[in-house]
Design a protein around this ligand. Structure first.
Ligand code: SF4
Length: 89
């Protein structure tokens, strides 16, 4: 009887670890998808300088303090790219 209980306990422990691993794997895949859905700076002609009066800090895609919803990596608040869209004022 106690042998049966310990086998059940071991099986439960194994399943718990497997479930935790699955959750971690799904989380990592989700983060990878987020990054891969963003565009590369070179593909949108990103530059670290503003273009006229257009700059990342005034773009609706800008995320404080230095990120972008659609372009991967860090962006300069004074930068610019082809996807600039003026934020609502
Ligand atoms: S100008 Fe381009 S890089 Fe800058 S915040 Fe807007 S979309 Fe992102």
């Amino acid at each position: 009887m106690s042998g049966s209980m310990s086998r059940r306990g071991a099986l439960t422990a194994v399943l718990s670890v497997a479930s935790a691993g699955t959750v971690l794997a799904l989380g990592a895949a989700s983060r990878a998808a987020d990054v891969s859905s963003q565009l590369r700076k070179e593909d949108v002609r990103y530059q670290d300088q503003p273009k006229g009066n257009q700059r990342c800090a005034g773009c609706k895609n800008f995320v404080q303090p230095g990120a972008c919803r659609v372009v991967s990596g860090s962006v300069n608040p004074s930068g610019w790219c082809l996807l600039f869209q003026a934020a609502a004022s």
